[in-house]
Ligand binder design. Sequence first.
Ligand SMILES: Nc1ncnc2c1ncn2[C@@H]1O[C@H](COP(=O)(O)OP(=O)(O)O)[C@@H](O)[C@H]1O
Ligand SMILES: [Mg+2]
Length: 440
Amino acid sequence: MRQALHIHDPESGPQSAPKSGTQSSARLPGKDTAERKTTSWAVRRLTLTDFRNYSTLRLEPDPCPVVLTGANGAGKTNLLEALSYLAPGRGLRGVRLGEVTRRDAEPGTVWAVAATLDTPAGPVDLGTGLEPDEDSAENRDTGQSDNGNKRQNSGARRVVHINGQSARPGALGEWGSSVWLTPDMDRLFCESAGSRRRFLDRIVAGFDPGHATRTSSYERILRERARLLREKGGHADPAWLDALEETLAQTGIAIACARREMAALLNCACEQNHGPFPMPRVEATGDVESWLDQGPALDAEERFHAALAETRGHDAESGRTAHGPHRSDLEVHMRVGESAAEAASEVIARECSTGEQKGLLISILLAVAELIRGARGAAPLLLLDEVAAHLDEERRAALFERLGALGAQAWLTGTDPAQFAGLSGRAHFYHVADGAAAAV
Ligand SMILES: Nc1ncnc2c1ncn2[C@@H]1O[C@H](COP(=O)(O)OP(=O)(O)O)[C@@H](O)[C@H]1O
Ligand SMILES: [Mg+2]
């Protein structure tokens, strides 16, 4: 089975999805689109309720970059985290939903984020939060539900409303788009492959919400096969195992193909936008990827299917699955040279300096934003936590220029307003302190 990366087209989404003049396939923004009037997703009203250190907060920003400054611990990252919940997924901190409710909130209350967004299809009202749970007041401290089972407050679901109608969290992806860069991501290139895989998967899912569904169903089947092998060993029903492995092979190859196509798009976009930031070359690597290098996707799928059957004994013993895209990596290299044509040598990202690694991440993130704008007709929300602090004057100015050219509503945080002097007159500035944000 060959699965192409579907660059998301809202026209093909559910009936309630926005209708807009978006293109149905990825298009790198080049000269032909440079003059095109750019729209962007922009938050025009934001309300937080019992969200981390905010009891209530209401902002009405302009559709331009937004700068949040304030002391350490003031709540700047919390605000970006609130915005990240306007997209599908687990938010930029990836924590349990129950952790987010304000510690001193009234018993029984839960966090909520509501926003009105400008989108290419017109304004949309989005609301999300923790599902109100009758037990949650008593359970917040004890972690017990009334039937006595251990239960985390976070066990509750996320609720989503779109234009007043209840919706799946995944449906948020039809209406908005956001990408983020946080200090936690500084160690991405030195961490385990899993963090980089999730990073790439989040990027792919920003284009094709179906990718998130495929990765979670792949992981579910992987666990089911591991359980069968563990509990039944050689006595597991071979027909059932084979059916699981066939689905794993199909889904796994679809996931690997989507990651490879995304990597190719990213490399093109990075080459086109070479500025003072280092130029990355990204590549999804692993056994499945090398099979895809050697022949058609159908052959790779058969090889993967056969490898799963062959390694049952080994996998039963190790408790792990030896082959598959769950073991792949996203390799990032820094290309060395003045331009794409001259970039003859490269350095693996984990051996680059901290500043170079940050620059590589910025390059990737800006490329993702360009690609989303090209494919969906609008630049995503950019959540840039403490990014300016790490850049020298030239790079900071270049970042602000790129944000301006993208037309994105970027949300930037920092402790020192002087870092953002280059955005004076082009951004909406807020000072964050004591659970409030005051326009300055
Ligand atoms: N659930 C919560 N309830 C109340 N306060 C919280 C909660 N979670 C985090 N905080 C507080 O938020 C503050 C950190 O906010 P953060 O946005 O990370 O600060 P910064 O402005 O440095 O980015 C800390 O003081 C922390 O105690
Ligand atoms: Mg912070």
